[in-house]
Design a protein around this ligand. Structure first.
Ligand SMILES: Nc1ncnc2c1ncn2[C@@H]1O[C@H](COP(=O)(O)OP(=O)(O)OP(=O)(O)O)[C@@H](O)[C@H]1O
Length: 267
């Protein structure tokens, strides 16, 4: 099986508001795949569906050929064991040291001896350059370092799938580059598959094998970063060139301003 994750003709709505409409995507093994799209286009929703936090209305998400089972806690628990997630606001536990933050998933999911656990945690911290910060508390490290600790924690169990939601948000340019390289290197060292949700074209294109552009609930363009840079698709062009005007909507969908102000007029 070449795809670790497959999404087939998936529909999802929050209440009566459709978010994803006929979404089909593939995430091949050992690849870093970026998912890009305007604010509110449904990128985080895709990660939540893959993580089984929410269930599709129709269509399905498969991990290793098996449907993600949000309603079967035993199956979902096993599937989650194969996933590392770095969510947008995935903060560290502030009262635990850096070491204990990374040890947390190992303590939760395994019965490793203290010695083995210590070695594994130190290896993960070493991979993100923070072995010597193991005994510090989150309040004693920088934002970029905290992101790297969260990264070490996300890969503590050597997951086959690693999902990143806006991993570059709020980082200075150097930390951004460091984080991007880490995402690529961890993916290759672990032989895993990474899904990267990000607005940052430069960093994402620098490390991704493949890029999906999401708009209005489905994929509007996809290809390698080089293909996307050469694409004439107006949506891709607006994104890649960071233009304020274009098909990427600025307004949250709903009534027009004229309607809201009681001036009549169309949508
Ligand atoms: N729990 C929820 N209940 C209702 N609507 C929600 C919920 N979570 C998200 N939404 C809506 O679903 C849409 C898609 O949200 P999502 O977070 O997936 O977008 P996104 O592409 O990740 O956006 P951003 O880049 O701004 O983080 C948004 O319009 C949002 O308002």
């Amino acid at each position: 099986m070449t795809n670790l994750v497959e999404i087939n003709n998936l529909h999802f709505a929050y209440g009566d508001r459709p978010i994803l409409t006929g979404l089909t995507m593939q995430f091949p093994r050992n690849k870093v795949v970026a998912v890009m799209g305007g604010s509110g286009s449904g990128k985080t929703t895709i990660l939540r569906l893959i993580g089984g936090l929410i269930a599709p209305n129709s269509g399905d998400v498969k991990l290793l050929g098996e449907s993600i089972a949000p309603t079967n806690s035993e199956t979902l628990y096993k599937q989650r064991r194969n996933m590392g997630m770095l969510f947008q606001h995935g903060a560290l536990f502030t009262d635990l040291t850096v070491f204990e933050n990374v040890a947390f998933p190992l303590r939760e999911h395994t019965n490793l001896s203290e010695d083995l656990l210590r070695d594994l945690v130190l290896l993960k911290l070493n991979a993100v350059g923070l072995r010597n910060a193991a005994q510090l508390k989150p309040s004693e490290i920088s934002g970029g370092m905290a992101r790297r600790v969260a990264l070490a924690r996300a890969v503590a169990l050597d997951p086959q799938l690693i999902m990143y939601d806006e991993p570059f948000a709020g980082l200075d340019p150097i930390s951004m580059g460091v984080t991007a390289n880490l995402i690529r290197n961890l993916n290759d060292a672990l032989g895993s598959t990474s899904i990267l949700v990000s607005h940052d074209v430069h960093e994402s294109f620098g490390i991704a094998d493949y890029v999906y552009f999401l708009s209005q609930g489905s994929i509007v363009a996809a290809g390698t970063p080089a293909e996307m840079l050469a694409s004439q698709h107006p949506y891709v062009q607006q994104f890649v060139n960071a233009r304020a005007d274009g098909p990427v909507p600025f307004h949250y969908p709903g009534k027009s301003l004229a309607q809201d102000l009681g001036l009549g007029g169309g949508a």
